[in-house]
Design a binder for this molecule. Structure first.
Ligand SMILES: [Zn+2]
Ligand SMILES: [Zn+2]
Length: 120
């Protein structure tokens, strides 16, 4: 099944497990509880090189991995396929992404994400 055919369907919010619904125009999926938004890969690829998003984070100056730092949530499930999403880091932004389906941004992260990845 192609989740993009006919627009993104509804999914499950990776944070609160409530329903997330798609925005027909922007093709994003938004948690009804306000946790954040999921941007499908096909949509992001119009603005961003996907390999840049999915690139593993660089180790910190002291050699430790930023992924190992404490975080209140475990791996978040992709709203589309429910597989554990990977974690990406850029600057001070931490985001979750599914290599197949797209990027989850918690509420408030969008502007930071846009300034890091989208320049238009
Ligand atoms: Zn939610
Ligand atoms: Zn997925």
């Amino acid at each position: 099944m192609d989740p993009y055919r006919g627009g993104l369907a509804t999914g499950i919010c990776p944070r609160c497990n409530k329903q997330a619904t798609s925005d027909g125009e922007l093709q994003r999926m938004r948690c009804l509880g306000g946790c954040g938004e999921f941007y499908p890969r096909a949509r992001l690829a119009q603005h961003v090189e996907w390999s840049f998003i999915a690139r593993p984070p660089r180790p910190r100056a002291d050699g430790s991995s930023p992924v190992a730092s404490s975080w209140p949530w475990g791996a978040a499930p992709c709203p589309v396929c429910r597989a554990d999403m990977s974690v990406g880091f850029r600057a001070n932004l931490r985001y979750d992404y599914c290599t197949q389906h797209g990027v989850w941004l918690d509420a408030g992260e969008l502007s930071q994400f846009a300034s890091l990845f989208v320049d238009d």
